[in-house]
Design a binder for this molecule. Structure first.
Ligand SMILES: O=C([O-])[C@@H](O)[C@@H](O)[C@H](O)[C@@H](O)C(=O)[O-]
Ligand SMILES: [Mg+2]
Length: 436
């Protein structure tokens, strides 16, 4: 961890904004790597490790106001955030364009692709907006143009999963409250639990785990168990173009969209010519330069935005306008995350008028180890109420943050490695895409 977590923790402070930058300059950016529990969720790459990694950002202004941010973790992202943290010191928190440019400039020599630099820019922009909102006494959604909805709908994110992380390296097996889901009945049971606990009315299954016929059977079982409710399948590019076309035909009338059945923009465009339902992506259109070819080839009809890599909340709002111009519908992508990210997702989701689909969230899988004070941000009735307090509207729980940071230090895990972890348990596992 860099810096002290107790410094500048006056989260609720509101101050007069003079417009001169007095008190609104960034004094310090504290980046804290953390780890939190994650169940054995299966995907095309392997299986989730027992701990997932994130970085928590505390952007401290000269007047003591603190803006919060959350970024995906891992050693590379942590190093980039730490580098970026140095160049933003002294800048005005309202000058987010200049802040983004400074981060971009310091990272460009070592990180050539703008998309890879975007992760740092995005997390820091969210922290700036949280601080701005606290200074102004206004929620972040107001800084994005105002909310068009008070609650943002989310989908249950279903995964094939083992009942427990098997015993390994002298540690005992780690079970969870969700149980096993390895066949259609298990998937339907998991969906029922998700609905009971969180009120979800739309469901996404992470596929690419079993042969397509088994995943088609799971989707049909969900359709039977939840008639009329929106369903999606996402095999993370585990299929060839031909297999994708075949699955799309078989799921006609069953799913609202098919997400990343196959790799690349041309591959998706081939499938889209044939598929009876819209195709969605968070894999082949992940940077501004991908939009033009995707539109020209009509490769996707739905984009899953993600403020964590599209440059932050304002850029996501701009992306939404571009998509609107080209008739691309919007949904939202998620990775394992905690409440600061969920709050940011809710604020930007509230400010996008044509958000056509419920958003993804891993939060139910990870919320037990959250680092924010509970009660403000939660999934209820399949939606997240957009906080109305200043900034993101959430506050850090310093003890929970300390625990999560210690967990990170003690774990020795520094990067996500679904394939490596899977191979330790099933040595014959090969990450081969497309697999079918
Ligand atoms: O957590 C997972 O296993 C997901 O596969 C995640 O890594 C993806 O980024 C994501 O959820 C997706 O929609 O592709
Ligand atoms: Mg996806």
């Amino acid at each position: 961890m860099t810096g002290s977590k107790s410094r500048g923790m006056n989260d609720d402070r509101s101050t007069n904004v003079t417009g001169t930058g007095v008190g609104t300059r960034i004094r310090e950016l504290v980046v804290t790597p953390i780890a939190f529990g994650d169940p054995p969720l299966l995907n095309a790459d392997g299986v989730h490790q027992p701990l997932a990694l994130r970085c928590i950002l505390q952007l401290v202004l000269e007047d003591g106001t603190v803006g919060l941010g959350e970024s995906p973790g891992g050693s590379v992202r942590l190093t980039r955030l730490q580098e970026a943290a140095k160049v933003v010191v002294g800048m005005d928190v309202f000058d987010t364009t200049a802040v983004a440019a400074a981060i971009d400039a310091v990272l460009s020599p070592t990180v050539p692709r703008s998309h890879d630099r975007g992760w740092a820019t995005s997390a820091i922009e969210v922290a700036c907006l949280d601080a701005q909102g606290k200074l102004l006494g206004r929620p972040v959604s107001d800084l994005l143009g105002g909310r068009v909805r008070d609650a943002v709908p989310f989908a249950a994110y279903l995964f094939y999963k083992w009942a427990e992380h098997p015993a390994l390296d002298g540690r005992e097996a780690i079970g969870d409250a969700w149980g096993e889901a390895l066949d259609p009945a298990g998937v339907v049971e998991q969906a029922r639990l998700m609905q009971q606990r969180y009120g979800f009315t739309s469901f996404k299954l992470k596929g690419g785990v079993f042969p397509p016929d088994e995943e088609i059977a799971a989707m049909n079982a969900l359709a039977e168990a939840f008639p009329g409710q929106a369903l999606r399948l996402d095999p993370n590019t585990a299929w060839t173009v031909e297999t994708s076309k075949q699955v799309a035909r078989e799921l006609d009338g069953v799913i609202e969209y098919l997400e990343d059945p196959t790799a690349t923009i041309p591959g998706m465009a081939e499938v889209a010519k044939d598929a009876p339902m819209p195709l969605a992506t968070n894999m082949c259109v992940i940077a501004w330069e991908h939009l033009r070819p995707a539109v020209e080839q009509n490769a996707i009809q739905v984009l899953l935005t993600d403020h964590h890599y599209w440059g932050g909340l304002r850029r996501t709002r701009e992306l939404a306008a571009v998509c609107e111009a080209f008739g691309i519908e919007l949904s939202m992508h998620s990775n394992s995350h905690l409440g600061i990210s969920l709050a940011a997702m809710a604020h930007v989701g509230a400010a996008i008028p044509h958000l056509a689909h419920s958003c993804d969230t891993h939060y139910p899988w990870n919320s037990a180890d959250d680092v924010i004070v509970p009660g403000v941000i939660e999934v209820r009735d399949g939606a997240v109420k957009v906080p109305t307090g200043p900034g993101l509207g959430v506050a850090l729980d310093p003890d929970a943050l300390d625990r999560a940071h210690r967990r990170y230090l003690d774990s020795g895990i520094r990067d996500r490695d679904d394939t490596g972890y899977m191979r330790r348990i099933r040595p014959e596992f090969e990450r081969r895409l497309p697999r079918w």
